[in-house]
Design a protein around this ligand. Structure first.
Ligand SMILES: C[C@H](CCC[C@@H](C)[C@H]1CC[C@H]2[C@@H]3[C@H](O)C[C@@H]4C[C@H](O)CC[C@]4(C)[C@H]3C[C@H](O)[C@]12C)C(=O)SCCNC(=O)CCNC(=O)[C@H](O)C(C)(C)COP(=O)(O)OP(=O)(O)OC[C@H]1O[C@@H](n2cnc3c(N)ncnc32)[C@H](O)[C@@H]1OP(=O)(O)O
Length: 383
């Protein structure tokens, strides 16, 4: 796998850093999640695939010292706390990079390492708001709408941070040096939305929110409810595809207003909605499958793995517990990701084996354990 041999320490966080760690693990890195100690009753990381867990109390001197030692033998550290937390623990980048100049020190935060909000709490919706992107999301005459916590947390946060880490690892092959990756979710969400800024002159966003081409203003870029309460997604932007859409709906384009007649869009939407409501999703699929009208079914998370196209590409995978999840993407032709089929680790499940691997002696481990700096959590049977 592409990242085989890369040793990653991921300090346990809420949502974005677990995704970042899971991506690295899926593509072959050895990812150790450093969990809190004493451990909480339940494991909050649902993206623990392929990781091992070490429960370590960083607030105790020997715990922080243990992390420093682990970092000396690691390639990457991912930390998900607001600015200042790591410095307070004596684990800031100055200290750790001095001890291991090859370390990639990735800081995945909402507001970044500097600026007025650097030390403020926040969540996806706040980062998206500050990036400007949230102002563009939502339907006509409604408040801005944050689409789950996908854009800032995961796309602008977890994925961008993984990209930063991989670029830094690549650069290190030439310079031999590590560096700090300051991954701000505000900036990540804005950066991945560059198109919004760069396309201003195209007139794509001149109208109010929810009245434009790609923000649910246009009848040909919308979702429509079907007879059986499901939905179809329509993305027929180009005239040749729009023509196919109109045909598929059983309409005559000569009798319709021009595709780009903004003032007619609300009425056109009503007309399309009325037509879509007359047939089931399966019936619409039979009409539109194989036609270049850019019309597809809106599938539920349960349905995706059964869809013929996804089945043919094995786009969704099952783990040992029969849980379905997306296969890692993108597909690398020679060195594809091989996601672990095993369940996620319990907190502290691998504490001992990890410390041994990083050169701690059995005696040192026993001492840390007796001082309650680390915890073990060996599952009783093969669960
Ligand atoms: C919208 C999303 C958030 C969605 C998250 C949901 C997926 C989850 C939220 C609630 C979860 C559920 C809930 O917990 C109940 C169940 C629990 C069960 O275990 C599992 C099922 C649950 C139902 C569970 C399910 C899900 O997990 C939830 C629904 C987001 O936007 S996430 C993005 C958030 N932002 C960031 O990550 C940006 C950077 N970080 C921050 O800004 C802050 O960390 C944050 C997020 C604001 C939190 O602030 P907080 O004050 O809590 O932390 P920090 O200031 O960063 O400091 C950390 C302190 O912890 C100490 N520490 C860290 N590691 C250790 C260690 N190993 N040992 C000892 N101590 C440690 C560290 O020293 C800091 O201490 P101080 O405060 O004293 O300095």
């Amino acid at each position: 796998m592409a990242l085989r041999g890369v040793r990653v320490l991921e300090l346990a966080g809420l949502a974005p850093s677990p995704l970042c760690g899971m991506i690295l693990a899926d593509f072959g890195a050895q990812v150790v999640r450093v969990d809190r100690c004493p451990r909480s009753a339940m494991n909050a990381d649902v993206q623990g695939r392929g990781k091992r867990s070490l429960a370590l109390d960083l607030k105790q001197g020997p715990g922080a010292a243990a992390l420093r030692r682990l970092c000396r033998g690691a390639d990457v550290l991912v930390e998900p706390f607001r600015h200042g937390v790591m410095e307070k623990l004596g684990l800031g980048p100055k200290v750790l990079l001095k001890e291991n100049p090859k370390l990639i020190y990735a800081r995945l935060t909402g507001f970044g390492q500097s600026g007025k909000y650097a030390k403020s709490a926040g969540h996806d919706i706040n980062y998206l708001a500050l990036s400007g992107v949230l102002s563009k999301l939502g339907r006509k005459d409604e408040n801005p709408y944050a689409p789950v916590n996908l854009l800032a947390d995961f796309a602008g946060g977890g994925v961008m941070c993984a990209m930063g880490i991989i670029m830094a690892l690549y650069e290190r092959t030439k310079s031999g040096k590590g560096q700090v990756v300051d991954a701000s979710m505000v900036e990540g969400a804005a950066y991945l939305s560059s198109f919004l800024w760069k396309s201003q002159n195209l007139g794509l966003w001149n109208r109010l929110r929810g009245e434009n081409l790609l923000d649910s203003g246009a009848p040909f870029y919308e979702t429509y409810k079907t007879l059986d309460g499901k939905f179809m997604a329509v993305g027929a932007i180009e005239p040749q595809f729009y023509e196919q859409l109109v045909k598929g709906l059983g309409l005559d384009s000569d009798k319709l207003p021009n595709q780009l007649s903004f003032s007619d869009w609300p009425e056109m939407k009503k007309m399309f909605a009325a037509i879509f409501s007359k047939k089931t999703q399966a019936e619409w699929c039979r009409i539109f499958d194989g036609i270049d009208a850019c019309v597809t079914p809106v599938l539920s998370l349960d349905e995706v793995a059964l869809h013929e196209h996804n089945k043919e590409r094995s786009s969704f995978i099952k783990n040992d517990q029969e849980e379905i999840s997306p296969r890692p993407s993108p597909l690398l032709s020679r060195t594809p990701a091989t996601p672990s089929p095993r369940r996620d680790p319990f907190i502290g499940e691998h504490t001992e084996e990890i410390l041994l691997e990083f050169g701690f002696t059995k005696e040192e481990i026993a001492k840390l354990h007796s001082e309650k700096v680390i915890e073990f959590n060996k599952p009783k049977a093969n669960l």
